[in-house]
Write a protein of this length. Structure first.
Length: 134
């Protein structure tokens, strides 16, 4: 959906079905959270469309990922179905990075987690939208 707010002569328009997050990784061992999205207590079906860009500041290399991710929840636990693998474009050593978009059963959320590269500073930015039916 869309939300607008007015303040004097200024109108702000905002997407309400938008997810975004950022993170920085400096090693390959630590899984780092980029964003977490709560699925809510009502049974629903979602389609997530998430783009991720990673920039290796240390080596001046890049990587991008595109997820189209179906997810259903009963209000307690998420269930992913269909194709959930990303389209990925990775340059050089960036091909060993681990990127995971997953429904997490413990707290009924969708989480984007990443692992970086040992000794490399990588900046991550993600943005996405979702469609929900309930």
């Amino acid at each position: 959906g869309i939300r607008t707010t007015n303040s004097g002569s200024t109108t702000v328009t905002q997407l309400t079905n938008r997810i975004q997050g950022t993170a920085t990784t400096t090693d390959a061992a630590t899984q780092t959270l980029v964003f977490s999205f709560p699925l809510g207590a009502s049974p629903s079906n979602y389609q997530f469309d998430v783009s991720v860009s990673a920039f290796n500041v240390t080596d001046n290399l890049g990587a991008t990922y595109k997820f189209i991710f179906p997810l259903r929840t009963d209000g307690i636990s998420p269930f992913s179905y269909g194709l959930t693998s990303p389209i990925q474009n990775e340059e050089g050593a960036m091909s060993t990075i681990v990127v995971a978009l997953q429904g997490v059963i413990v707290d009924n959320t969708l989480k984007l987690r990443v692992n970086g590269l040992a000794g490399k500073t990588i900046n991550w930015v993600s943005v996405g939208t979702y469609v929900q039916a309930n």
